[in-house]
Design a protein around this ligand. Structure first.
Ligand code: M6R
Length: 615
């Protein structure tokens, strides 16, 4: 939530900052603003709405040139998304500019305190108190980094802050607590940003900050300290993707591009994790084999789409390892007083690695002595840093707010973890593991086939654009797939969409079925689990008898569904447990196309942001 860019170097700061904000707009698009140090002062511009509004304002009234600046794209928490509440926020003298991501929980008390000392605050935001406090601290110490340390020690809550001061040109200062901030280090320049995408055009060398750290960036390098002023420990890393990965590459939207990238994302996530003998080599899982053997249960925590991946993982983990596996919404987890100890393996799944609910859940788990394994897509993010081990998904940057390729790669990572547990604990024979691995290796080719045959799905989506409701049904692993299909439609098309376990239909939801209601049904493979398959074929008949318009997603060669399908979507034959990898793709395409037909902007759905860094 909220994208932040800071720059110090030799390039026109405004160009660098605005280009960076364009890459970060997925994090929030309620308003945008910039500040540049120029001519001994501070020049700022900010506008409510998307970045394009700010662009227009800058074209009409250009800011003076300067090589130090910062910018912000906002997902509003405190105060309406208007010009006044847009960042950056200044002090009364207009010498300091601050951008912020997160929530300052004690802002009301600080605001009252500042008002008591005669400060006039111009916005309803929690952020503005920081610019005023920084100005006061700076006038006492004359050092922006020291002023930032002093102010941070007074703040409660989660925050990333980046600030510049007209009286200390040549420096940009940042701070982080429970909110992301990465540093890009170039030759004669440095970048502070919420995400490496903001500076990937200029450098791929990055520094991951720790918790409660302040960074002081100058042209000749960066200095990191703790909030108390002690030297800060950091980790340097090289970003293993380039600028082209963060571009649309000829697609109309990032979402379409990311859907198309799924075969490669799955293949990349498998790469290097299986040796020639078919044994899993998950070097990243630094949790000792002994600990994994002794673990008594697995608990998976995640939010949104990642939670759906977790629900699917439960089937694989329990089936392959015979370990009990609980799946919990991260936002509920710690409030339930869950039963955890040293024999619990907690798996935290997060694309961004910054989701606050998931972070809080894993912290709670570690406090109780559990070992935490993160499944994450973002190098340098907080969740892997705070976990005992991490298995990275290699999906590349996911920019569209709706998660697609990250979901598929999270599934692959979950299957790998499940098989690895089976391998370590001896509940799966080597040849059984090799069979599953062979199937997984064949998934990218199957995904290519699915993607080549999506035109009828797009056509169908366009014809349903005026519907009010779409239901999704599935059984077994098809149930979370149905939930995911419904989530995609809700967040992109702003339609009422619900996913149900098909067996639950007769316990209530079937009352929703009326003439011509579209119901998408995910049919499990008829091979292997014929009981499951037979049951869902009956469910399709039941809803059709009540007038539903059935959209059936079924394996190639499954003829039993043909008489009951108003629309039939074929997917390649895939073993039941792995079927979500191929069955989800038509649902992504369906939601994307339907939302587009309704005139919605698929990459940036209303009210949402890609990275949810507040609880
Ligand atoms: O970055 P995370 O994977 O932790 O994000 C979790 C959810 O916020 C995310 O999956 C969200 O539900 C997506 N917008 C769904 O498409």
């Amino acid at each position: 939530m909220c994208g932040i860019v800071g720059y110090v170097g030799f390039r026109p700061a405004l160009d660098v900052v605005v280009a960076g904000l364009k890459r970060l707009e997925y994090r929030g698009y309620d308003s945008a603003g910039v500040a540049v140090l120029a001519d001994g002062g501070l020049a700022t511009a900010k506008r409510a709405g998307k970045l394009v509004n700010l662009d227009k304002a800058l074209a009409e009234a250009p800011l003076p040139g300067g090589t130090v600046g910062l910018g912000h794209t906002r997902w509003a928490t405190h105060g309406a998304p208007n010009d006044a509440n847009a960042h950056p926020h200044l002090d009364n003298a207009g010498r300091v500019a601050v951008v912020h991501n997160g929530i300052i929980e004690n802002f009301a008390a600080l605001r009252a305190e500042l008002a008591g000392r005669g400060h006039a605050l111009a916005s309803e935001t929690d952020t503005e108190v920081v610019s005023h406090l920084l100005a006061e601290a700076f006038s006492a110490c004359g050092d922006l980094a020291e002023a930032m340390r002093q102010v941070c020690r007074r703040l409660d809550g989660a925050f990333t802050l980046v600030a510049v001061h007209a009286d200390e040109p040549g420096v940009v200062v940042g701070a982080r607590r429970n909110s992301p901030l990465v540093v890009g280090v170039g030759d004669g320049e440095a970048f502070l940003a919420s995400d490496v995408a903001a500076f990937i055009d200029h450098t791929r060398e990055a520094v991951e900050l720790g918790q409660d750290q302040v960074v002081e960036a100058r042209r000749d390098g960066v200095t990191v300290t703790t909030f108390d002023g002690a030297p800060g420990e950091v980790r340097n890393f090289h970003v293993d993707w380039d600028a082209s990965a963060a571009e649309k590459g000829g697609y109309a939207s990032f979402m379409l591009k990311e859907i198309a990238e799924q075969p490669k994302a799955v293949a990349d996530t498998l790469l290097g994790r299986i040796d020639e003998a078919g044994t899993l080599v998950l070097d990243e899982v630094r949790i000792p084999a002994e600990t994994l053997r002794e673990a008594e249960k697995v608990v998976i925590v995640a939010c949104g789409t990642a939670f759906h991946a977790a629900l699917i993982a439960k089937y694989a983990i329990e089936h392959w390892t015979r370990m009990p596996c609980e799946v919990e919404l991260a936002s509920e987890f710690r409030y339930r007083d869950p039963i955890l100890d040293q024999r619990t393996l907690v798996v935290a799944i997060s694309q961004s690695g910054e989701t606050m609910d998931t972070l809080m859940a894993l912290r709670h788990a570690r406090e109780q002595g559990a070992r935490v394994l993160a499944i994450c897509n973002t190098n340098g993010s907080t969740i892997p840093r705070e976990s005992d081990a991490v298995l990275y998904t290699h999906a590349g940057p996911e920019v569209a707010v709706a998660s697609t390729k990250a979901f598929l790669t999270q599934l692959v990572a979950c299957y790998l973890v499940a098989l690895y547990l089976g391998q370590v604990r001896g509940t799966k024979w080597g040849d059984e593991i090799r069979d599953v691995v062979r199937e997984l290796s064949g998934v990218p080719a199957r995904l290519e086939r699915v993607l080549e045959t999506m035109e009828p799905v797009r056509e169908l989506a366009r014809t349903l654009a005026d519907k009010r409701t779409v239901l999704f049904l599935g059984r077994h692993v098809g149930y979370p797939v149905a939930l995911e299909g419904a989530l995609k439609l809700k967040e992109l098309a702003y339609m009422h969409a619900e996913g149900f376990a098909a067996g639950e239909l007769k316990h209530g939801p079937i009352a929703l079925v009326e003439r011509d209601l579209p119901v998408v049904v995910v049919v499990p493979s008829p091979r292997g689990r014929s009981v499951l398959h037979g049951k869902i074929v009956s469910n399709i008949q039941e809803i059709r008898a009540r007038g539903a318009r059935t959209v059936v997603i079924a394996e190639e060669g499954d003829e039993s569904v043909v008489p009951y399908a108003d629309h039939l979507v074929r997917i390649p034959a895939t073993p039941t447990l792995l079927q979500p990898l191929v069955a989800t793709v038509p649902l992504q395409v369906f939601a994307c196309e339907l939302a587009t037909a309704r005139g919605n902007e698929v990459d940036q759905p209303r009210n949402l942001a890609k990275s949810v860094t507040v609880e």
